[in-house]
Design a protein around this ligand. Structure first.
Ligand code: PLP
Length: 237
């Protein structure tokens, strides 16, 4: 895997998508999703100037982050169990996967103990898939202001994972829906929400055309995730 070359290619694809959408490329950040990848892969990407990295499991992040360059900064993008709130507050600069009032409450408590402010995104199951975590649009709008009331939590925007499809066009209505939901949340809040985290390896260009400010790219950057690395316990002796 030539991570430096992949990174350069992804960056130029981001720029081209911005150009098509008449957007300034500086509006779109790249989160390198390093789940299932070793610390060396993070170090390679960091050496090519990559700053932001995403992990989806607290346990994996806790083991990996200390082995990575200190320049790397971390987002939590996976489902977070409430009993991991304390670790998450210490490990991550942003938690993109807040999907319940209960989790927000536990993050508030953990952040209070740590005397920290935690940046969060609310994860939305915008396509209504039964297999996915995330707020339904209706519950999001219902609970938005209650989550906003937690003094230690700072809501920066919304995150979604589009249904997998070989055709990125299929994801376009989902991305559009998330952008509309952000406007509705901004109306409730009476203030702008800067972040729309949407788009992965298969669909990030479409997401940018629909307003994404944060694309989360794993396999296009690092190659496929090793099942051995992802879950060593699942490998036979
Ligand atoms: C794994 C993951 C990604 C990256 O997916 P790729 O298809 O490998 O780019 C992005 N976002 C979330 C929430 C993920 O879990």
């Amino acid at each position: 895997m030539d991570i430096a070359a992949n990174l350069a290619s992804i960056r130029s694809r981001i720029e081209a998508a911005c150009l098509r959408a008449s957007r300034d490329p500086s509006e779109v950040s790249l989160l390198a999703v390093s789940k299932g990848q070793p610390a060396e892969a993070v170090a390679d990407a960091a050496a090519s100037g990559q700053i932001w990295f995403g992990e989806s499991k607290v346990q994996e992040a806790r083991a990996k982050i200390p082995q990575c360059p200190a320049s790397a900064r971390w987002h939590m993008i996976g489902h977070l169990q409430t009993n991991k709130a304390r670790d998450a507050v210490h490990l991550f600069e942003m938690i993109e996967s807040v999907d319940s009032l209960r989790l927000a409450e536990d993050l508030q408590k953990a952040a209070d103990k740590a005397a920290k402010t935690v940046r969060i995104l609310l994860e939305v199951n915008a396509a209504g898939e039964s297999t996915k975590f995330g707020y339904s649009p209706a519950l999001l709008l219902e609970e938005f202001m209650r989550i906003n009331a937690f003094p230690r939590l700072e809501i920066h925007g919304l995150m979604t994972i589009a249904p997998w499809s070989p055709s990125p066009e299929r994801a376009r209505p989902v991305f559009r829906r998330l952008r509309e939901l952000r406007s509705q949340c901004e109306d409730l809040l009476g203030a702008p929400l800067p972040t729309l985290s949407m788009g992965m390896s298969g669909d990030f260009e479409t997401a940018i055309e629909e307003g994404s400010t944060l694309v989360r790219v794993g396999t296009s950057l690092f190659g496929s995730r090793s099942p051995l690395r992802r879950d060593p316990a699942a490998e036979p002796g």
